[in-house]
Write a protein that binds this ligand. Structure first.
Ligand code: 5RP
Length: 236
């Protein structure tokens, strides 16, 4: 049972939650892509939905599948968002943004009545923080913002190395919103709410990858022998 099989199993359960007429937030990443492929099959079989993509990559993937797209200007309230995550804890708190789409992902999730996370069960962790926390920043005054982020992190009882994310060519990674990302390798985040508040207090921070109180359910797939077993946390 491979990673793609597990992603597809979680995505398949999420596609079953989609009903005709829904306005859907559509996430970013390889698990969200598995969902987009299955959603595309349903759309071609007659399902009528409108998707709001969380990144330019997701927009392109949805267009390739023939999924009708809209914006939050046209549809400010969504029925359901389906997205991946980098880590999920028992309280459905998440780290997201490994793929760099955290700002749009959070705006879309916040506009949704329900947010269902789809993931490999290996991402279900007792304590968030082994995955580096992405922090999206405005590049103006980066040196000062970087220092302020370090202080904010310490004030929330965390410590670790922080680096500016680089693209494959070595230049700073740029998000769809034109910002940079600082990845904070903290190992453990004992109080995510405290860290979230501390980061939001830094003026150059545009958004961070802690998604707290947004996910209503997580669909987790794990391999048992040759089968993918799906567990659901929360209320999808
Ligand atoms: C993108 C994200 C993704 O949902 C997260 O990185 C998980 O990606 P994948 O499904 O490829 O493991 O937050 O910003």
């Amino acid at each position: 049972m491979s990673g793609p099989d597990l992603r597809r199993a979680a995505a398949a359960r999420a596609v079953d939650l989609v009903a005709d007429g829904m306005r859907l937030g559509i996430g970013t990443g390889s698990t969200a892509n598995a969902f987009i492929l299955l959603l595309g099959e349903r759309v071609r079989a007659g399902l009528d939905v409108i998707g709001v993509p969380t990144s330019e990559a997701t927009r392109a993937a949805c267009e390739a599948e023939g999924i009708r797209l809209g914006s939050l200007e046209e549809y400010p309230e969504l029925d359901l968002t389906v997205d991946g995550a980098d880590e999920i804890d028992a309280n459905l708190r998440l780290i997201k943004g490994g793929g760099g789409a955290l700002l749009r992902e959070k705006i879309v999730a916040h506009a949704s009545r329900r947010m269902v996370v789809i993931a490999d069960a290996a991402k279900h962790v007792p304590v968030l923080g082994a995955f580096p926390l992405p922090i999206e920043v405005n590049l103006f005054g980066f040196g000062a913002t970087f220092k302020a982020i370090q202080k904010a992190v310490e004030s929330a009882g965390c410590a670790g190395e922080m680096t500016l994310r680089k693209a494959s060519g070595g230049q700073p990674y740029v998000t769809d919103g034109g910002h940079a990302i600082v990845d904070a390798r903290l190992q453990a985040i004992p109080e995510p709410e405290r860290l979230s508040a501390a980061l939001w207090a830094v003026p150059g921070v545009v958004e961070h990858g802690l998604f707290l109180g947004l996910a209503t359910a997580a669909i987790l797939a794990e391999a048992r022998g040759d089968e993918a077993v799906v567990t659901v946390l929360g209320s999808p």
